[in-house]
Design a binder for this molecule. Structure first.
Ligand code: GZL
Length: 349
C-alpha cells in the first residue's frame, strides 16, 4: 500500500517539475513545442505519428453494384492508419463532374497520392495535368482513362476486361458444341454497363473478337443498363417485348443479371443449365455464384475487386523510390456449375 502512495506522490512531483521546466524553457525562448503539454507528456499539436501518415485522396466512382462495394472495402481495408495511411474516400455517385471536383479538392489539400476509378474513359486530361503540375502521383483503380499522355498517371490496377469478354465468347462456343447447337442460328441480346466505361467498352470488344467468327450468331441488340439491377430489369423487359426468340442473354455485371432474371421470371422464361435462355454474367459476386451452383446462371466471368493489396504494394514501392509496373492486372477465374462449389465458401464478397 505504502509503495503505491509514494508512487502517486512521486508522479505528481515529476509532473510539477516537468511543467516548471517547460514553462522556464518557453520563457527562455528555448522551447518550440505547440500548446500546453498535458499530463500525458505529448504536445496537443499534430503528434508525430499523425504527420508521418501517407495521405491518399480516393475518388471512388460510386456504389452502384455489389462489386463496387467489395472494391471499396478492399481498398479501405488495405490503406489503413495501422498501415500508415490516411485515406480520404469520396463517392462520386457515378458522375464524372463529382470525380473531377474531388480530384481538385485533393490537389488543393496537397495529398500525397490521388487514386480514382474513372467512371468513363474520356475527359480526364485537364485535371490530371493539374495533378502533375502539383507534383501529386495518380494511381488508376479498376477502370481505365483514355489519355493523350500516359505519363499523367503512374500506375493502373485492374482487370483485363477484353480477356473477360473473350472468355465469355469462348465459353459460349464450347457450350454450343457440347449441346450440339454449333450450327444453329443463335440470337443474342447484351445488357451493357455504363456507356464509355472501360468495363463496357472492353467486355463488348472482347466478346466481339469471338462472335465475329460465327456468322450464325446474331447480336439482336446491345443496350446500356448502367451496371444496376433496376436498369437491368427495365432493359430486359424491353428486350422481351421486342424480341420473341432470344437464345442467349449476356449481362456485363451480376447486378444487371439480377434485374434481368426478375424480368424473365415475370414472363415465365427460365434460364441456365436446363432453361429456355443461356445466361452469361460478369463479376462473380457470391449471390451470383450461388445461382451458378443452382444452374440458373450458366457461366460467370470473374472480375476481381480485391485490388487493395496491389495498391498498397505500389505506394510502398513509390515511397521507397522503387520502380512500379504501369499496368497491374489482377487474377481472375471463370465459374460454371462444374467448378463453382469448390470456391463458394472461400469467397470474400
Ligand atoms: C469492372 C467494374 C464494373 C463491374 C461492375 O472492373 O468497373 O463496375 O463489373 C461495376 O459491377 O459497377
Amino acid at each position: 500500500m505504502k509503495k503505491k502512495d509514494s508512487g502517486r506522490k512521486y508522479s505528481g512531483l515529476l509532473s510539477c517539475l516537468m511543467i516548471l521546466f517547460l514553462a522556464a524553457a518557453v520563457f527562455a525562448g528555448c522551447g518550440s513545442f505547440q500548446g500546453v503539454v498535458p499530463e500525458s507528456g505529448v504536445s496537443d499539436g499534430m503528434p508525430d505519428e499523425e504527420n508521418s501518415l501517407i495521405v491518399v485522396g480516393f475518388s471512388q466512382l460510386g456504389s452502384e453494384s455489389v462489386w463496387r462495394t467489395a472494391n471499396s472495402e478492399s481498398i479501405q481495408g488495405a490503406l489503413t492508419r495501422e498501415n500508415g495511411f490516411f485515406l480520404e474516400f469520396n463517392n462520386a455517385r457515378q458522375k464524372q463532374e463529382n470525380q473531377i471536383k474531388a480530384i481538385r479538392g485533393f490537389i488543393s489539400q496537397r495529398v500525397d497520392y490521388i487514386m480514382f476509378s474513372p467512371v468513363t474513359e474520356s475527359g480526364w486530361d485537364t485535371v490530371l495535368r493539374e495533378a502533375r503540375d502539383a507534383g501529386i502521383p495518380v494511381i488508376l483503380v479498376d477502370r481505365k482513362a483514355s489519355l493523350e499522355d500516359d505519363s499523367l498517371y503512374t500506375a493502373w490496377v485492374g482487370s483485363d476486361m477484353i480477356s473477360e469478354g473473350e472468355k465469355a465468347g469462348v465459353w459460349l462456343e464450347e457450350y454450343l458444341i457440347k449441346e450440339g447447337r454449333e450450327e444453329e442460328e443463335i440470337n443474342i441480346v447484351v445488357l451493357q454497363g455504363t456507356v464509355g466505361s472501360s468495363a463496357q467498352l472492353e467486355r463488348t470488344k472482347g466478346f466481339h473478337n469471338i462472335s465475329k467468327e460465327h456468322s450464325n450468331w446474331h447480336i439482336l441488340k446491345q443496350e446500356p443498363a448502367d451496371f444496376t439491377t433496376a436498369k437491368g430489369k427495365e432493359v430486359m423487359e424491353m428486350f422481351l417485348h421486342n424480341y420473341k426468340d432470344i437464345d442467349v442473354v449476356i449481362s456485363q455485371n451480376d447486378d444487371m443479371t439480377f434485374g434481368a432474371l426478375q424480368a424473365m421470371e415475370e414472363e415465365g422464361i427460365t434460364t441456365g443449365v436446363d432453361g429456355d435462355v443461356i445466361l452469361i454474367s460478369f463479376d462473380a459476386v457470391h449471390e451470383a455464384l450461388e445461382l451458378v451452383s443452382q444452374g440458373v446462371i450458366n457461366v460467370d466471368i470473374e472480375c476481381n475487386p480485391e485490388q487493395g493489396e496491389y495498391i498498397l504494394e505500389i505506394i510502398r514501392k513509390l515511397e521507397n523510390n522503387e520502380s512500379v509496373d504501369k499496368e497491374n492486372v489482377v487474377e481472375e477465374k471463370v465459374f460454371t456449375q462444374e467448378n463453382v462449389d469448390r470456391y463458394l465458401d472461400t469467397r470474400t464478397y
